[in-house]
Design a protein. Structure first.
Length: 265
């Protein structure tokens, strides 16, 4: 029943969200052209869009898989949140779990390749949001089943997770300046630009979804410097779509094999 409801929500709102994305991207490209800021690159933009549409084609399966895994976790829950307070609690819990997932992605672990591709572009614009591994949706349930164990409804978890994803889209722009008192509380374009910097301390900072209070608590918050260079240091951007998807995993495997060889010596 809930899966049917989730499907209905996706069918109703996903086209509107997609349309909003495309309109905002077109507006930003137009501004970039008029101001000659060169925030966009044709090859980079086309690759980002390709990744997005491939992910959308498999998105239904990924969403159904995530819901199925969360529904299984529901059997181990001792209680359940209800009403508006339950939705608010669910949103904060999911946002905290987003931070935890994101922090794992920025460690030198087997989880890192699932996210590295999002950072390999040396450009930063709204299409950067769309740049993601096509296998990422299949490991998302690993991080969000604790929310269900704590009493969150599986459907509410997925909806909150989706809202965070939509919010993240609007963070990937260089045209929005610092937002003053909101900095350090909400994740803002300024805070997220730091996160896409190619220095190690920048790359591991500002990991929150909607809120950066988690970064404040766990000391990963960083304010925006005057200049930023985007990308992952030492990892060039691959123009070929398939190589770009596979390369983070092959690079991790090579590092892992070298580490094993060192330990044997």
């Amino acid at each position: 029943m809930q899966l049917d409801l989730l499907t209905q929500v996706a069918q109703r709102y996903a086209p509107l969200i997609l349309l909003a994305y495309m309109v905002c991207i077109c507006i930003e490209i137009s501004v970039d052209y008029l101001l000659k800021t060169k925030f966009y690159n044709l090859d980079d933009t086309l690759q980002n869009l390709m990744m997005f549409f491939v992910n959308r084609m498999t998105g239904g399966l990924g969403g159904a898989f995530m819901f199925s895994m969360l529904a299984l976790a529901e059997h181990f829950s001792m209680w359940k949140f209800h009403g508006m307070a339950g939705w608010i609690a669910t949103f904060f819990i999911v946002d905290l779990l987003f931070y935890i997932q994101h922090r794992f992605f920025h460690t030198d672990s087997i989880l890192a390749p699932f996210h590295e591709i999002h950072h390999t572009s040396t450009h930063y614009n709204l299409t950067t949001t769309l740049r993601a591994s096509i296998v990422l949706p299949w490991i998302n349930p690993l991080f969000y089943f604790p929310a269900v164990i704590l009493g969150c409804d599986p459907l509410a978890v997925i909806l909150c997770f989706s809202l965070i994803q939509v919010y993240q889209f609007f963070l990937h722009t260089q045209y929005v300046p610092s937002l003053g008192i909101l900095e350090g509380v909400l994740n803002t374009p300024s805070a997220h630009r730091v996160h896409h910097g190619n220095l190690p301390d920048q790359y591991g900072s500002n990991l929150g979804g909607v809120f950066v209070i988690w970064d404040r608590i766990f000391r990963t918050y960083m304010t925006e410097p005057e200049q930023l260079t985007y990308g992952v240091r030492g990892v060039p951007m691959e123009k070929n779509f398939f190589i770009a998807q596979v390369k983070p995993f092959s690079n991790y495997f090579k590092r892992w094999m070298k580490q094993i060889q060192k330990e044997r010596i």
